[in-house]
Design a protein around this ligand. Structure first.
Ligand code: A3P
Length: 287
């Protein structure tokens, strides 16, 4: 199926129509934040699910029930998805935790007034591309990637669900009120999860013993998270997500793009990256 059949163009960005009917986008636009809300923001395939595990564990003081009793999409729901309208989020006790895949300039008006805390997770775009290539192939509400060269061009042109990686990252890097935003990369999480959990704990102004932090980091290791049926998408019926072809928690490593892209494709990717990111001062760990 094509983009015209599966996607809706929302503020110039493709979103899967199945998950984002007009009423859910209206709910999103009218959403009222609280100052102590925590918002996990990602371009898809950058580590959303990982952060949906880490943050509830931190906020609950390491209580395993925080990630074992609710699916990740209920415990840290995407505000723009249809499910959000049904969860009675207005009644949830503070601090509430949400996710979004939207750009900074697509936030609802209340976001700019209330300024909730944001954790923005970034990942090497070549790995984002690689993860998306596999994920789009198993999910019924995403347009199939097709041949790699075609998907590469669409990705670099931002003609994929949630638009351009470049525009997403640039929008959040140039956001106002940066003291309310923590920027962290998938690669930092991969390299030193304990240190990353410590830093996120500090940003969220929680005080946890090192022993608790170590337990959280251990729970959030790929091999352990993969076993959590509340986070590994095993509850999603095969007709929506066929994990017999590729698992949602697929490889969980940095640098897997090397197993997918040819040298010429990687070179082309780098050239586009260099051009599109030329004005960005932020020092990415993968540069
Ligand atoms: P791969 O497809 O490269 O394995 P998102 O949640 O934003 O959709 O991102 C999904 C990607 O994050 C997948 O990447 C998935 O395996 C990876 N991921 C999720 N949890 C992880 C963890 N605990 N450790 C490492 N990678 C993780």
């Amino acid at each position: 199926m094509t983009e015209a059949e599966l996607y809706t163009l929302y503020k110039g960005v493709y979103v899967p129509s199945y998950l984002h009917p007009p009423e859910s986008l209206r709910y999103y636009e009218d959403f009222t934040f609280r100052p102590d809300d925590i918002l996990i923001v990602t371009y898809p395939k950058s580590g959303t699910t990982w952060m949906q595990e880490i943050v509830p564990l931190i906020m609950s003081g390491g209580d395993p029930a925080s990630v074992e009793t609710l699916h990740n999409w209920v415990r840290v729901p995407w505000l723009e998805e249809s499910l959000a309208c049904t969860l009675n989020l207005e009644e949830r006790p503070s601090p509430r935790m949400f996710s979004t895949h939207f750009r900074y300039n697509m936030m609802p008006p209340s976001f700019y007034e209330v300024k909730p805390k944001v954790i923005y997770v970034m990942r090497n775009p070549k790995d984002v591309f690689t993860s998306a290539f596999h994920y789009f192939g198993i999910t019924s509400f995403m347009v199939k990637p097709g041949p790699l060269s075609e998907f590469l061009q669409k990705f670099l042109d931002g003609k994929v669900a949630f638009g351009s990686w470049f525009d997403h990252v640039k929008s959040w890097l140039s956001a106002e009120d940066k003291e309310r935003i923590m920027y962290i990369s998938y690669e930092e999480l991969s390299k030193d999860l304990k240190d990353s959990v410590t830093r996120i704990t500090q940003f969220l102004e929680k005080s946890l013993d090192m022993e608790v932090i170590e337990k959280i980091a251990d729970r959030c290791l790929f091999k352990n998270m993969k076993k959590n049926s509340m986070s590994n998408y095993s509850a999603v019926p095969k007709e929506f997500m066929d994990q017999t072809k590729s698992e949602f928690l697929r490889k969980g490593i940095a640098g897997d793009w090397k197993n997918l892209l040819t040298a010429a494709e990687a070179e082309h990717f780098d050239a586009v990256y260099k051009d599109k990111m030329k004005d960005v001062k932020y020092k990415f760990v993968w540069d």
